[in-house]
Write a protein that binds this ligand. Structure first.
Ligand SMILES: [Zn+2]
Ligand SMILES: [Zn+2]
Length: 271
């Protein structure tokens, strides 16, 4: 499994794209998780083909996670995408997403490719992928996601503080991404994660590596300093590429090298 960080920023970040990742399995099946307003341009900059992405999964529909959808679909429509698109979302969140799809094609009511809607359930399969979801603690219902494919596993929190259910989902995973807005400890009832919580999460779940993302711009320097003593903790960044098949998770030095990618030429990091 290969993960590319399309965006790692918080909702109103001035320096980073809104948070989203691309996930690709060993047979080039590709998912996009979340699609905030700056994600389409990030995908165009990296040269994503109009037919590359098969699935878009929405953790939740705050605008920083979905407002890029009309622009992306409009580009796919304009350049003649052929491949059907599968969209996974929570049932209650589908109507607002459908209006974003309408905006992409308006005044026409259909696209040149099929869009197939799927409700997110606690556990489901897609091709040979096994997926598990659970609710985090967030202002609106947010589905954290665990993907298991090709013998590797990935956890992506979407927004929100960890819950016992998302911790269970993260247990023993190879690579995890956890929303971490702040380096300061936030109130327990907060809608966002913090550094202390992520450090605890890493030790409680035994994740091979834990990337912090969706951080407030003003928290980045303190978070960078705060992770130094923790060898399996890293700060996610736009353009980071992580190929799980080349990382030795039993070797903390190999894990730490995740942070060095990607090279300046945009290629894979050298491990
Ligand atoms: Zn967000
Ligand atoms: Zn949110």
């Amino acid at each position: 499994m290969k993960i590319e960080v399309t965006g790692s920023g918080s909702a109103y970040s001035k320096s980073r794209n809104t948070s989203a990742i691309l996930v690709e399995d060993n047979t080039q099946n590709q998912w996009l998780i979340d699609c905030g307003p700056t994600v389409p341009r990030a995908l165009w900059q990296r040269g994503t083909d109009i037919n590359d992405i098969q699935v878009i999964f929405f953790t939740h529909i705050h605008p920083d996670h979905c407002a890029g959808l009309p622009a992306l679909l409009n580009q796919w429509k304009s350049f003649g995408r052929q491949r059907p698109l599968d969209i996974f979302c929570q049932k209650a969140q589908q109507p607002p997403l459908e209006s974003l799809v309408q905006l992409a094609t308006w005044p026409k009511t259909s696209c040149c490719f099929e869009i197939r809607w799927h409700e997110i359930t606690d556990q489901f399969r897609w091709q040979h992928w096994q997926l598990f979801t659970a609710n985090s603690q967030h202002e609106v219902a947010n589905k954290a996601l665990r993907i298991e494919v090709d013998g590797q596993s990935l956890f992506y929190s979407g927004d929100g503080r960890p819950t016992s259910a998302t911790k269970a989902l993260m247990q023993g995973v190879d690579l995890a991404f956890q929303e971490c807005a702040s380096a300061q400890t936030l109130p327990a009832e907060s809608s966002h994660g913090d550094l202390d919580g992520c450090i605890r999460l890493l030790s409680e779940t035994g994740a091979g590596a834990l990337g912090l993302y969706h951080c407030f711009d003003e928290a980045l320097a303190e978070l960078e300093a705060g992770i130094q003593a923790h060898e399996r903790l890293f700060l996610s960044k736009d353009g980071l590429v992580i190929d799980l098949s080349v990382i030795d998770f039993s070797n903390p030095a190999s894990v730490k090298m995740l942070i060095d990618g990607p090279r300046s030429d945009g290629g894979m990091p050298e491990y």
